[in-house]
Write a protein that binds this ligand. Structure first.
Ligand code: AMP
Ligand code: MG
Length: 267
């Protein structure tokens, strides 16, 4: 699964990253789902250890085109996790107040506290993606944000946060099918917004923006993973695998009983 990490400093050509890739698994949906269930069983106690230790925190960044599955990934990967230790932060079009500050202003207060896992459904990366594609700020402004993001994330990591960034890489054809399904299914109409069809026309511009963003901001401290997302089961499996591996690498132990409770001074 390491193959999906973007090596810091390497060139990225998104056309070479297949959106329907399932290598790293045997390609069978049922096996993938079984494995995901196992991973979720591992995730639950790891999350509790994280919470108990109050030493580290985890930030999961999810980016992707409409219908790439940001919501679905959150629902499926975090299904069994204690809601007390996990929080989702969504970033929409900035409010007037948010827009009157620097682009990281609204991000900072949403970062995970020690012991917490926070999932960003969209993120500060919108400010080098949608902002760029729609020319909401001059090039000089979005361009310097790559460095600003890297430095910001470096500071966050240095204070004990693990940052895992996932670009849910969806095929253009697969998106068409998914948006169509939204139109055909009464229970999915609420997911459809007029803007979606409009954004779709900007696909090549978005791909260029994603490509450069991922290339410029995949760092040793906060790497990007390009997640083939045409197969939902594989997308979820990959994200969960990376997350569980990252938590395991912390080698966390339950904190010991504080000294003052030892011996006859206990209960
Ligand atoms: P959704 O995720 O479907 O609820 O849509 C949220 C919308 O907010 C998307 O169209 C994003 O592109 C947009 N959005 C998020 N952050 C920003 C930003 N910083 N500037 C402009 N638009 C944004
Ligand atoms: Mg949407």
């Amino acid at each position: 699964m390491k193959n999906y990490q973007v090596r810091p400093g390497s060139k990225v050509d998104l056309r070479e990253w297949k959106t329907d890739d399932t290598s790293g698994s045997d390609g069978k949906k049922q096996h993938g789902n079984d494995r995901l269930a196992q991973l979720r069983d591992e995730l639950e106690p790891l999350q509790e250890l994280l919470y108990a230790g109050r030493e580290h925190s985890v930030l999961v960044v999810l980016q992707g085109m409409d219908s790439a599955g940001k919501d679905g990934t959150i629902r499926r990967v975090f299904e069994g996790v204690n809601p007390q230790g996990v929080r989702v932060a969504q970033f929409r079009v900035p409010t007037a107040l948010e827009a009157s500050h620097d682009f990281l202003w609204r991000i900072h207060p949403q970062l995970p506290a020690k012991g917490e896992i926070v999932i960003f459904n969209r993120s500060h990366y919108e400010d080098v993606l949608v902002t760029r594609v729609h020319r909401l700020v001059p090039e000089a402004v979005w361009h310097r944000r790559f460095r600003e993001i890297n430095e910001f994330e470096q500071m966050v990591v240095a204070s004990g946060t693990i940052i895992l960034k996932f670009f849910l890489h969806l095929g253009e054809e697969e998106q068409k099918l998914r948006l169509k399904a939204r139109l055909d299914d009464r229970t999915k109409h609420w997911k459809f917004s007029a803007g979606d069809a409009q954004e779709r026309k900007l696909w090549p511009k978005y791909m260029r923006a994603y490509q450069e963003a991922v290339e410029q901001t995949s760092t040793a401290w906060a790497p990007w993973y390009i997640v083939p997302s045409d197969r939902k089961w594989f997308r979820d499996l990959l994200v969960c695998t990376v997350l569980v591996d990252a938590l395991k690498s912390l080698r966390m132990k339950y904190p010991p009983l504080p000294l003052e409770f030892k011996g006859e001074r206990g209960v």
